[in-house]
Design a protein. Structure first.
Length: 214
């Protein structure tokens, strides 16, 4: 990457609006970068072909830092893109789906077959667009707790929401209080995490917090 810098600077020299920054996106202070480079811009779009092994950390960093982003358009592994855009009740739906959809509206733009790459990878790719939300689709009292509940619900996909929550948030002494709390949130204890909508997770988190379960 270091050897490409002088080549990029030479090729892009005629374009005054282009600036090359060399660094690790996971280590850079993105708020500082945006403040320095986009101070006079209200909204920014990110377009990238992301390294597949760090796709999720990079995207979640961009979303969680609450940067002035409008769109994120990236090419990533097809399976990951499908998980990000998945709906409740499907096999691809999980904690990643909820996290991405909390901050954005994902849309699968197109698939990219492995035959267009040299050498050919073992996976298919997809272009996904994340329209960054002005505000989350649900009201959440405590984001950290909300995502802890989500992750707990998917800890073991074959287990019910009741059993997964017991493992994470409850002790033997207070486990009998979980079922009434689930009923208060309007959730049948025998359901699995993959069937819950983001609205139901928000409601469940609020009920648990109100009961002092964190």
């Amino acid at each position: 990457a270091q050897r490409l810098l002088p080549i990029l600077e030479e090729v892009l020299a005629p374009y005054e609006h282009v600036k090359v920054r060399h660094g690790d996106v996971l280590k850079l202070d993105l708020r500082e970068v945006f403040a320095a480079d986009f101070a006079d811009v209200s909204k920014v779009s990110v377009v990238a072909n992301l390294p597949y092994y760090v796709t999720t950390p990079i995207l979640m960093r961009l979303l969680e830092d609450k940067l002035p982003l409008e769109n994120i358009v990236v090419m990533i592994q097809k399976e990951v893109a499908e998980r990000m855009a998945a709906s409740p009740g499907t096999k691809d739906y999980g904690s990643l789906s909820i996290a991405v959809q909390y901050y954005s509206e994902p849309e699968l733009v197109c698939t990219v077959p492995n035959t267009v790459f040299i050498p050919q990878p073992n996976v298919e790719s997809a272009v996904i667009r994340l329209r960054v939300r002005e505000a989350p689709p649900v009201e959440v009292v405590d984001e950290k707790h909300f995502f802890e509940v989500v992750h707990a619900a998917f800890a073991q996909r074959r287990k019910t929401i009741s059993n997964n929550l017991k493992s994470r948030f409850f002790t033997k002494e207070n486990r009998d209080t979980l079922e009434p709390l689930l009923q208060q949130a309007g959730i049948v204890p025998s359901r699995r995490g993959e069937t819950l909508s983001i609205e139901e997770f928000a409601r469940l988190s609020a009920v648990l917090l109100e009961a002092g379960i964190s």
